[in-house]
Structures are given as C-alpha cells and as structure tokens.
Ligand binder design. Structure first.
Ligand SMILES: Nc1ncnc2c1ncn2[C@@H]1O[C@H](COP(=O)(O)OP(=O)(O)O)[C@@H](O)[C@H]1O
Ligand SMILES: [Mg+2]
Length: 390
C-alpha cells in the first residue's frame, strides 16, 4: 500500500533454506496481515506463476505470497525462467509489454504495486546457475535472496531469551512457531483496518513520513558505493524499514525502530555479500584477512596481551579459532563498513563465525561479542574459525 504512496515499484524477497525450518510460517505471518490465516490459504509458485499476469493487478497493493519454488512444474533447470518472468510481470506493474533490463530504474507509473514474498529450498542465484544463467539485473534489483537460517540455528528462530539454556532452544523455537501459527489463524486481517485508517487520515503527511524513514535507511549507506542494481535493492529494504516504522506509528506493531533499522541493514549487507557477483570485492578482503591473521600482532592465546596484540588464536581440535578485537578488525578493512559487513557475512555463510552460547535477549549472531581475553579483560571481539582451513 505504501509503495503507491511514494511511487515505488513492486519488489520482493526469496526466503531460502532447508525444509521444516519455518519459512512458510514466516510467509504466513507476513501475509496474515492482509490475507490468509493458514498455510493452505497461501498462494504458491505452482499455481501462481502461470496465472501471474491476471492475478497481479487484483492484488490491490498488498503482499503476494509465493510459497515453495519447488511447486513449479518441470525440472529445476527451468525454474529460473519462470521466476524471472514472474518478477518482471510484477515489477512492471502492468500488463506485460516489453522487457528491458534497464526498466527497473525508471519511475513507476504502474497500475499496481506489491511486495512479493517467495520461499524456496535454494537461493535464486542457485536456480539461475541451474539454468546456466547469471541473474539478470532487472530481476535482481527487485528481489533479494534472504537466508532462512543463521549458522548454528536449526529454525528461523535465531534469538533466545538469556535465561534459556541452549539444550532447550529447540523446544522453545517449536513453541514459539506454533504460537505464531495459532496467532495467524485467530488474528489474520485484524491489523489492516487500523493501518489503512492511519494512512488515510493524512495522506500527504504519511507520504512525507515514509520518505523520511526511507532517507534514514539510505543515509546509512551514503559511503557504500553501490551500483545501480544494489542501490535499487537498498531502496527496497528502505521501503520495508519505512513500512515497519509506519506500523509502529499506527500502533499495530511493537518494535524498536532503531533495532529494526539495524536488522534490515544487516539483512541487506548479507544479501549483498552472499550474491555471486558482488563477491569479487570480498575476494580481496579475504586475502587481507588471511594476511592479517598471520601477522605478528595475532598470537597464541598463552602469550596474548590486550595492550600489545590485536587478537589471539586457540586450537579447537585440528582447527584454529581466532579472537580479534572488533576495532582492529574494522581497521583491517579501512573502516569500510561495506567490506566489513561482507567479510562477516561471508564468514557467517561459511559457518566459521562463532556465536555465543549465552545470547542475550535481542542479540543476534552477527553482532560482535564481549570476550574475556587471557588476562580476564573483557573486550569487544569477533570470534571465528580459520578461513583458510575450509
Ligand atoms: N499445521 C501445522 N501445525 C503444527 N505444526 C506445523 C504445521 N505445519 C508445519 N508445522 C511445523 O512447523 C515448523 C515449520 O514449518 P514450515 O513453516 O512449514 O517450514 P518450511 O516452510 O521451512 O518447510 C516445522 O517444524 C513443522 O513441522
Ligand atoms: Mg514450506
């Protein structure tokens, strides 16, 4: 609904990961705001992709669920063609006319706009590769791959209250997911009316509000040097941030805006860092990382001193585990936040980043940790396994 307010064209996300981790439930939670209360009510890739041109204009600017890519008929190598076509049709926001790779950047004059939300076992990057293709710019600008699992977690639930022991995380996650499922069934559609009323109460004012929140998000990427495709992606994330803030203002969502900003920035950099074509910049950073880890300022834990060293290593079986001061880690990459975030998300993607077993409420694995150095001094640090040993 907010897309039309500020003239932003349709975009979406693909939440990907193994089965039974809670992807469809996330989709249900998102779509329950305006629609279905049960998974059986969600539209999916199998039914929808063929009919997308007729269906899209009837969406009335709400969320479009596209559950389970594997419901597309035919071989995996054919999925990307279907996905790409669907995203073009949605992104054009009108009956299909002509596909042009640069059309994603032009100002929106479309008849409809929606945020589509796909779930799949794999990333769209992967399905493109299966088709022997790379992702097309026009399509990539409109859809980010988001990993459903943070390393070390078995479900989409990646934050636990501090009092909860790791051995009962599974039970906790199952209870939470089941509670959300029940909540969707009982309350779907309830939040929509107050939200619409809030927006309609002062359309001009709300338009400015959305723009202001989007600018807050974009200002965090001022020095990021993004290309046109990722700049467009960033604006999609900015739109989601604005939507969340508007929901808070409309009093249908209780969430700290600063925290939402942090989460969305992290997701953006993760999507960016995991995307195949932005990896070259990570390649150079990986070499820097390997050089620095072998420098004289990273020493064995037994002789490490916080005032003289940047980090230390220990041996965990055959693997080396590094602890590096957060501030030093940033300096290694010339304090370029984009590079730091890409390196961290790469470490995280490779399952090398060590997460705390005593996560405090609201702490996510992609936050640095306070670590006790050998002299017992607590220091903000990153902990990860040797990236050259994989
Ligand atoms: N109708 C249901 N009632 C209770 N639990 C369910 C139901 N559907 C799925 N679950 C459980 O919820 C969890 C998440 O399921 P789901 O969101 O469907 O995962 P995914 O889409 O990632 O395969 C799983 O543990 C699954 O067994
Ligand atoms: Mg599913």
């Amino acid at each position: 609904m907010l897309l039309k307010l500020v003239g932003h064209s349709s975009f979406g996300f693909n939440l990907h990961g193994p089965s039974k981790v809670g992807k469809s439930l996330c989709l249900l939670a998102a779509s329950s705001i305006s629609g279905a209360g049960r998974e059986s009510g969600l539209s999916n890739w199998g039914d929808t992709s063929a009919a997308i041109e007729e269906l899209a204009p009837r969406l009335a600017d709400t969320l479009l669920p596209l559950n389970e890519v594997h419901l597309i008929r035919g071989a995996e190598s054919g999925y990307y063609g279907v996905i790409k076509n669907a995203i073009y049709v949605l992104g054009e926001g009108r009956e299909r006319r002509r596909h042009s790779a640069s059309s994603f950047a032009k100002r929106d004059e479309s008849l409809f706009a929606c945020i589509f939300f796909s779930t799949a076992e794999h990333s769209f990057d992967y399905y493109a590769k299966c088709a022997g293709a790379a992702r097309d710019d026009g399509e990539l600008a409109r859809c980010a791959d988001i990993s459903a699992l943070m390393p070390g977690f078995e479900t989409v639930v990646d934050q636990y209250p501090s009092g909860i022991d790791q051995t009962v995380w599974r039970d906790f996650a199952e209870r939470l997911l089941s509670g959300i499922r029940q909540g969707c069934e009982h309350n779907h559609g309830v939040a929509m009316q107050p939200f619409v009323q809030y927006i309609m109460g002062d359309i001009e004012g709300r338009r400015e509000e959305v723009m202001r929140y989007m600018n807050v998000f974009m200002s965090k990427l001022d020095n990021a040097n993004l290309n046109a495709v990722w700049h467009h992606q960033a604006k999609n994330f900015a739109m989601v941030f604005a939507g969340g803030c508007m929901a808070v203002n409309a009093k249908i969502l209780k969430l700290d805006k600063k925290r939402l900003l942090k989460i969305l920035l992290r997701l953006f950099w993760q999507a960016h860092g995991n995307h195949a074509e932005t990896r070259p910049s990570v390649e150079a950073a990986k070499r820097t990382l390997n050089d620095k880890l072998r420098s004289a300022r990273i020493v064995d834990q037994r002789i490490a001193a916080p005032d003289r060293h940047d980090g230390f290593f220990t041996s965990d079986g055959a693997r080396r585990k590094y602890t590096v001061k957060t501030a030093v880690f940033r300096r290694w990459f010339a304090k370029d936040r984009r590079v730091v975030a890409s390196v961290l998300s790469w470490l995280h993607h490779e399952n090398l980043l060590v997460i705390s077993s005593s996560l405090k409420t609201g702490v996510s694995p992609l936050e640095d940790r306070t670590v006790r150095w050998p002299d017992n001094q607590p220091l903000r640090s990153w902990v990860f396994y040797d990236p050259t040993q994989t």
